[in-house]
Design a protein around this ligand. Structure first.
Ligand SMILES: [Zn+2]
Length: 445
């Protein structure tokens, strides 16, 4: 399969099955903004739940927060985003398109008479590069004046930093400890693309771990290993995952060391999680700009210090794309081809399809009862009595549903149903009143 065709098929499947739709599609769509449909919202919610459980519930040293998207404008001066969160851009005076100054399609030097616009082909119409801030600006209150400018946050991390003492004191945590958050962030990207990989509105799952200076390198290595293992536990093929360490020219202004976790997408190896040693940069800057002491008092030694921060920053939308791309397979099964999403059962939007083999002989009644029992335990199922059983299986394969439960002639004799495994295609007979337990056991991992 050609690389682009895999992405085309994935985008098409995502729309057809209700994972992801283009935003405002009936109006022609809004550039690089996407909506999650009935299956997509479940997939993303399951990913976020899995992350939250591993970060917040499974550990005693991480607390959760949900900070507001709008923050005091001084936050972004302190963080360096007002001055430094910029890209050099050029405009074409002829066709009004805007490009990054380093766009490979531009021939010549922007601003010079021989430089050629990659869209309209005009020569000498490109402006010299100008710095363009990636933060979305808006106005707070009734008057559109400079004093009331606020930004849509470009990262969730700052909402954690400005609350770190509130959290530490209210939860009585001691360093080392962390704060986790899931939330939306916004960046006015000039070259978004690759479906939900780079979008202007996106969701982050970030954790900031506060440590004593000098212990930061130890914790950085721990978090690097834990995060990679988390993705492997999610069933992502290990050969599609790798680390990329930032070289000196790639490191962000705040970082002492940084690793990306990369996935081999159909469009190449790309970052979807970052592990960063942010040192005491952010807290020191906030202490300086706010005038409020942000030191931690170590109760054991009476030492005062500004903690170092090890950050793990994962994009929820990128992770959704990773699991979709990794799960997508085309296979030949019993002489027929099928498309299947081999999603980890814990993140599959629908956990089981429930099928009466035929619409008679009491089979629909038994199948309806099984579906109701599963729904009553908050296990999402899809009841389907339309078409051949093979077609019904394939519809669920394509949605990533891990189990198929079929009520057939034998059910009426001995009370068992067939449970089909999406991946191995193995079928086993399970007592119909044990189906709930069977699914709970197989979904627990
Ligand atoms: Zn042009």
């Amino acid at each position: 399969m050609a690389q682009s065709s895999v992405m085309d098929k994935l985008v098409s499947l995502a729309k057809r099955r209700g994972f992801i739709f283009q935003s405002s599609e009936i109006y022609g769509g809004l550039g690089s903004v996407w909506d999650y449909g009935p299956l997509g919202v479940e997939l993303k919610r399951n990913l976020k739940d899995r992350w939250w459980r591993s970060m917040v519930y499974a550990r005693d040293d991480i607390e959760g927060v949900d900070a507001a998207i709008l923050m005091h404008p001084k936050v972004w001066e302190a963080s360096g985003h007002v001055a430094g969160f910029t890209d050099p851009l050029v405009d074409c005076r002829q066709c009004k398109n805007r490009f990054r100054a380093d766009d490979e399609r531009i021939k010549g030097t922007p601003g010079a008479p021989d430089a050629q616009c990659p869209v309209c082909g005009s020569k000498g119409t490109l402006t010299e590069p100008r710095m363009f801030n990636l933060m979305f600006k808006t106005f707070m209150g009734p008057v559109e004046e400079d004093a009331a400018i606020v930004y849509l946050r470009p990262e969730t991390a700052q909402g954690i930093y400005v609350n770190y003492l509130n959290v530490q004191q209210s939860s009585r945590q001691k360093i080392p400890f962390g704060i986790a958050q899931i939330g939306k962030a916004f960046r006015n990207e000039i070259t978004p693309g690759n479906f939900i990989f780079r979008t202007r509105e996106f969701e982050q799952m970030e954790m900031q771990f506060f440590v004593k200076p000098g212990e930061d390198e130890h914790w950085f290595e721990e978090w690097r290993a834990w995060r990679m293992q988390w993705h492997r536990d999610l069933g992502i093929r290990p050969e599609k995952l790798r680390f990329h360490q930032h070289g000196p020219d790639e490191l962000a202004h705040y970082a002492k060391d940084a690793y990306d976790i990369e996935y081999e997408f159909p469009f190449g190896w790309k970052e979807f999680e970052g592990i960063h040693n942010r040192t005491d940069f952010d807290l020191s800057r906030h202490q300086e700009h706010s005038g409020k002491k942000l030191e931690y008092l170590d109760p054991a030694t009476n030492e005062r210090f500004i903690p170092y921060v090890v950050e793990t920053s994962l994009g929820a939308d990128r992770l959704a794309l990773v699991v979709l791309a990794d799960a997508y397979r085309e296979e030949a099964v019993e002489g027929e081809s099928r498309v299947v999403l081999k999603l980890h059962p814990s993140i599959a939007p629908i956990k089981a399809g429930v099928f009466p083999l035929v619409k008679k002989d009491g089979m629909p009644e038994v199948a309806t009862r099984i579906a109701a029992d599963l729904r009553a335990r908050a296990i999402p199922v899809f009841y389907d009595d339309g078409g051949s059983i093979g077609r019904r299986y394939r519809r669920q394969d394509e949605a990533g549903t891990p189990f198929g439960i079929t009520v057939d002639g034998q059910t009426l004799d001995d009370g068992t149903v067939t449970v089909r495994d999406r991946d191995s295609l193995a079928q086993e007979r399970v007592a119909s009143d044990a189906v709930v337990t069977y699914l709970q056991d197989h979904l627990a991992t």
